[in-house]
Structure formats: structure tokens, C-alpha cells
Design a protein around this ligand. Structure first.
Ligand SMILES: O=C(O)C1=C[C@@H](OP(=O)(O)O)[C@@H](O)[C@H](O)C1
Ligand SMILES: C=C(OP(=O)(O)O)C(=O)O
Length: 433
């Protein structure tokens, strides 16, 4: 059944502050690295959302101890993770790229049989290169073939209790997560792992740097050379970590200031971070924003009177595209968002989804190769589709802020990474405006 959410309409300046939940990408890496160590690790201020709940359950099903103590708010939650020899299990990956890509290498190292499946949308997400790489490293995997004849979910992995590791080549042009998956499990291969990227340039490189950073933080030696990463064998110990807020999920709230000429603050914005979402501030500055960070960790963005069009290569920060596209729909001229072919394998084909939904509200939009061109025009309300994609839901909310009559289908799809999005959005829009 389709639920309908009338998007709040607030074309006058939105002013307020929003605390955003923890980073999905850091959570996934902390979970995996903690699970590969036998000493307990502690994850503080974690993300309470569908992706992180699925990862916690996937690890438990493989025999990892995951104790999630709930505080009054998620900022007070504490998770204790203790790994050990893993056994096989049944895993639901939902629509989480991090679960469907990061868990198979663990299953290949476990003793026993693991079956991994997910939502209908997960079955069509690219999966082949990680399956082929694990096979090349000696893992036995039965995978379903997708329409292109590539390995896809559901799959069964027959874990042998360990793998030798060594060198492997991979075409990771469809997702950086294939390489991250192999590197994260790397310390537990007998000889570690060396991953060589073949094929076109890997997207979302900052996410690879995040993977390397988390491994190093856990005491693992990682060597990086152009297109080659080596993880030495060892026992990772993550220790205690506090998860940063998710900066890609902060982006829609900053976009609210962009499209209304308002002012939005995000507390706990990290001074230094590996999150690609941090780049949203420079991108919005190019579109006319004024951004200020105060020493107490609050980042404030003031939206411009007129939004400048943007011509930018988003290959490294693909997950920001829907948010940027929504803002570009209100720019003073055409924008071109370049080099984002990887979006075809995200929660939905986001290039097609952005083109379709912008067109639906009257904005010019067309895909040219791996770029999307956005030609603003007077927009009108419509019932907007979200394709089970959390970022298409927040995209529609941004459009609805400035254009009346937008109704968003299945806003609850934001539960993937931000379950309280509707209340947070209403709270910001209604705050003393
Ligand atoms: O490793 C990660 O946590 C992620 C990597 C990126 O995936 P792609 O490389 O498939 O774009 C990003 O878009 C996704 O949201 C999260
Ligand atoms: C691409 C994304 O998610 P996933 O981790 O499922 O790939 C995303 O959150 O934008």
C-alpha cells in the first residue's frame, strides 16, 4: 500500500537547528571491524535505523556477540561487539548496500553455510564483482544470475572457516563498496589481501578512504598505492568509538536553507572527517550559500537570495546527488551534475528517478551519458514517487518546501538511515518561522 505525506510548504526563510543521527557508513564499518576482533569494542551514539539494525542482526546471525543497550535517546545508546569464530547463518540485507556487500567476505571466512537475500530492490543492485573476487580467492558461492547474467542476490556462501587471501583484481566501477568489502575483511585472510582495481575509475573514493581510516584506527596496517590497496593480516581492535553525525543526511536540512533563503545549523559537525557528505558545504557555497563553523562544532548555512547553477563532477560524492538536484531545480539557470553513472546501482536507478520526478513537477531534466542536466522552470505540485529510496524521499521534501501541493509517496522509506525524518523536517519548518 502506498502512504501519502503532504510535504510541508514553506517558501519563506526556514530558520532552525537540526541534530542529525549517526553516520550510516561509519556505523557499517565499525560493526564489521569490531566483529573481526575477539576483544570487545564499544560503539557509542550509534545509528538507530533500518540499515544499522540489519547489520547488527546479520552479525548476530553469524555468531558475533552484539549487545545494543538503548538509552533514552540514541545518543545515549551503547553497543558492545565481540567477535570470534563465525558460523553460517541466514542474512537479510534489506536494501543496504553496506550489508549486501560487506557481509559476504565475512561469510566466506566463517565455518558453515550462509544465505544472503534482501528486498526486491536489492536483488537488482550490482553484486557481481565482489562475488567473483571472493571466488577468485577460493570461496565457494552459489549466486542467482541477474538479467545481465551477473551474480546477484540471493546467494549462498559455503564458508570453510578461513581463506588464504593474497592478490585479487576487481572492476569496482559500479560501486566502491566492492573494494571496501574486501579490505574490511582483509585482516582475517591468512596472508591479508591486495586488491587491484581494474576497469573505469572507482566512484565514491572518499568512502574507500573511510574504510582505510577505520582499519588503521583498529590497529591494522593498510598500504595504499594508485588503484591498489594492501591490508596486512592481524586482529583488529576497534576499541571505543563515538559515531559522527551523518553529514549526507544533514544535507537535506541544509538544502532547506538553500531553497528558502533561510539559515540552518547542524550541531556536532566534525572538524575533521572522512565522510564525503562534508563536501556539501563547498558545493552549496558554489551555489551561493554562506557557511560558518563556530568553535563549539556548530555549522551554520545561510541560503542565498538567488541560487547559482552548478556544473560539478559528483563522481566522488554520488550519494549527495538527489539533494543537490533538488536545489538545482530552483537555480537561476541550468545545472549539469557530471559523472554519476554509479547512481544506476543505488537504492533505485537514481538517474532515471531524478529525471522522472523533476519532470513530474515541471522542471526540465535529462540524462546525458553519465550526467544529468537540470533546466529550472516554474514548478507545480504533484504526487512524487520515492522508489523505496530514502534520498528520493528527502529530495521530494525539499521540492515541496518551495512548491505547494507536493505529496510524497512512502515517506517512511527514510527509515533506511533516518527513521524520524518526517518529524525532524516538520520540526525545522515549524520552528519559530
Ligand atoms: O561504503 C559506503 O558506505 C558507501 C559508498 C558509496 O557507494 P557507491 O560507491 O556504490 O556509490 C555511497 O554512495 C553509499 O551511500 C555508501
Ligand atoms: C547509495 C546509498 O546507500 P547504500 O549504502 O545502500 O549503497 C545511499 O545511502 O545513498
Amino acid at each position: 500500500m502506498t502512504s501519502l505525506w503532504p510535504a510541508p510548504h514553506h517558501p519563506s526563510p526556514v530558520v532552525g537547528a537540526v541534530s542529525v543521527p549517526a553516520s550510516k557508513s561509519l556505523m557499517a564499518r565499525y560493526f564489521i571491524v569490531a566483529a573481526l576482533g575477539s576483544k570487545p569494542s564499544i560503539i557509542r551514539a550509534p545509528l538507530r535505523a533500518r540499515d544499522s539494525a540489519l547489520m547488527a542482526q546479520a552479525l548476530r546471525n553469524l555468531g558475533v556477540e552484539v549487545i545494543w543497550e538503548r538509552g533514552e535517546t540514541e545518543a545515549e545508546d551503547v553497543i558492545t561487539v565481540r567477535g570470534g569464530q563465525m558460523h553460517g547463518g541466514t542474512i537479510d540485507a534489506g536494501l543496504a548496500g553496506t550489508v549486501m556487500r560487506f557481509v559476504p567476505p565475512l561469510a566466506a571466512l566463517a565455518s558453515g553455510e550462509t544465505r544472503i537475500d534482501g528486498d526486491a530492490g536489492a536483488r537488482v543492485r550490482p553484486m557481481g564483482p565482489v562475488v567473483e573476487a571472493l571466488r577468485a580467492l577460493g570461496a565457494r558461492i552459489d549466486a542467482t544470475e541477474n538479467a545481465k547474467g551477473e551474480p546477484a542476490l540471493p546467494l549462498t556462501i559455503y564458508g570453510k572457516g578461513g581463506l588464504t587471501g593474497g592478490e585479487v583484481e576487481i572492476d569496482s566501477s559500479a560501486s566502491s563498496q566492492f573494494i571496501s568489502a574486501l579490505l574490511l575483511a582483509g585482516p582475517r585472510f591468512e596472508r591479508g589481501i591486495t586488491v587491484r582495481s581494474t576497469g573505469a575509475k572507482v566512484p565514491s573514493v572518499p568512502h574507500l578512504n573511510m574504510t582505510v581510516d577505520v582499519l588503521r584506527r583498529a590497529g591494522i596496517e593498510v598500504r595504499c598505492a594508485p588503484n591498489t590497496w594492501t591490508v596486512l593480516p592481524g586482529e583488529p581492535h576497534l576499541g571505543g568509538v563515538t559515531v559522527e553525525p551523518d553529514l549526507s543526511n544533514a544535507a537535506p536540512f541544509l538544502a532547506a536553507a538553500m531553497v528558502t533563503g533561510g539559515e540552518v545549523s547542524i550541531p556536532r559537525w566534525p572538524e575533521q572527517t572522512t565522510q564525503p557528505g562534508a563536501q556539501i558545504t563547498e558545493i552549496f557555497e558554489r551555489m551561493g550559500a554562506a557557511v560558518e563553523s563556530t568553535h563549539d562544532g556548530v555549522l551554520t548555512l545561510r541560503g542565498p537570495q538567488t541560487i547559482s547553477p552548478l556544473d560539478a563532477d559528483l563522481h566522488d560524492v554520488g550519494e549527495l546527488t538527489p539533494t543537490i538536484a533538488a536545489v538545482a531545480a530552483y537555480a537561476a539557470g541550468p545545472s549539469r551534475l557530471r559523472n554519476i553513472g554509479q547512481l544506476r546501482g543505488h537504492e533505485t536507478d537514481r538517474l532515471a528517478a531524478i529525471e522522472a520526478e523533476l519532470t513530474r513537477v515541471g522542471c526540465g531534466a535529462r540524462i546525458e551519458g553519465d550526467d544529468i542536466v537540470i533546466e529550472p522552470a516554474p514548478l507545480h505540485g504533484a504526487q512524487m514517487r520515492t522508489y523505496a529510496d530514502h534520498r528520493m524521499a528527502t529530495f521530494a521534501a525539499i521540492i515541496g518546501l518551495r512548491t505547494s501541493g507536493v505529496v510524497v509517496e512512502n515517506i517512511e522509506t527514510t527509515a533506511k538511515t533516518m527513521p524520524h525524518f518526517p518529524a525532524m523536517w516538520n520540526g525545522l519548518v515549524e520552528a519559530e518561522n
